[in-house]
Design a binder for this molecule. Sequence first.
Ligand code: SMG
Ligand code: MG
Length: 367
Amino acid sequence: MKIQAVELHRLAMPLVRPFETSFGRQVARDVLLVRVRTSVGDGWGECVAMADPVYSSEYVEGCASVIRDYLAPALIAAREVTAESVDALLRFAIGHRMAKAALETAVLDAQLRAEGRSFGAYLGAVRDAVDCGVSVGIATGIDELLTEVQSYVDAGYRRIKLKIKPGWDLEPVRAVRELIGPTLLQVDANTAYTEADIAHLGRLDEFGLLLIEQPFVEEDIATHILLSRAIETPVCLDESIVTTELAVDAIQRGATSIINIKAGRVGGYLEAVRIHDACAELGVPVWSGGMLETGVGRAANVALAALENFTLPGDTSASDRYFAEDLTEPFMLDNGQLRVPAGAGSGVDIRLDLVASLATREVVTVR
Ligand code: SMG
Ligand code: MG
């Protein structure tokens, strides 16, 4: 296909409740959508970067800027573009994986819509519904936390993930474990701990957690190896894993025995599938992470989560976990699962009226 134009849509989506992690509190989602206009039709992608560079070095304004000034012009200049060639066409720019992923996803969406093929069929989905977990932010108190967790258990979520940080770990985990009994439970520290906390983190072993996610900074594989040796709870990497090679290396060195896959973090769905395949070969289970996506990004995540080695419930929660109104038809939980969209491309329709009414910037068009 030929890329005729790339549009950047910025909008703000209020969250139904604030979401607090070790790196801050979100009250709205600063959303960046990319629409590619191509010779075979349009495609959409959602950029997963947060408003500020606090989860990773990327952030929404930076992504919009690098797409506008570098990435989109490179695709428009190319004689012929396919989703499979986007990575090579954008390799001249170092890093910026979330920005590149948004573009590659939009191109893939256009390509698959034109072919009448779904993301699930293209990526290799083996099921038509996926098990869903929910990520629960740091609360102001234990009572408030338990009320929120109970509401998710009542809604049917199959796994609870608690955000933890120093000073908010053993006590909330104990209280939630007592509340939910044998329901799957895991924790995510978003790099909030250091090597000095290894003995303390070992105290989580008594709660039978599925995993502990990313306790130390992303570059620090060595301390994750030490922790994996010191505790029984499986260690799972998120922020650290940005390529297939890094995933394989971290697994072989004993830093991680489960991988959280986020297509945005690794540069796109094609690389996400490569990581999935490499992990399957090594006998390492994976699960689909989330970045508070709207229905646009959620649709593709749910398709990815339908691959064979996604054996643990993902952070693929329903639209109403975050948003009163979604940008697509809402994703609704059915017996703890979401249906994998079966329509062409991402399989969802974008509500252009809502995208326009929630806009915080003029649409930027690169041609
Ligand atoms: O989409 O439900 C979601 C968010 C899940 O906890 C979640 N994501 O580190 O895994 C993670 C975080 C990153 C975003 S926190 C603002
Ligand atoms: Mg995480």
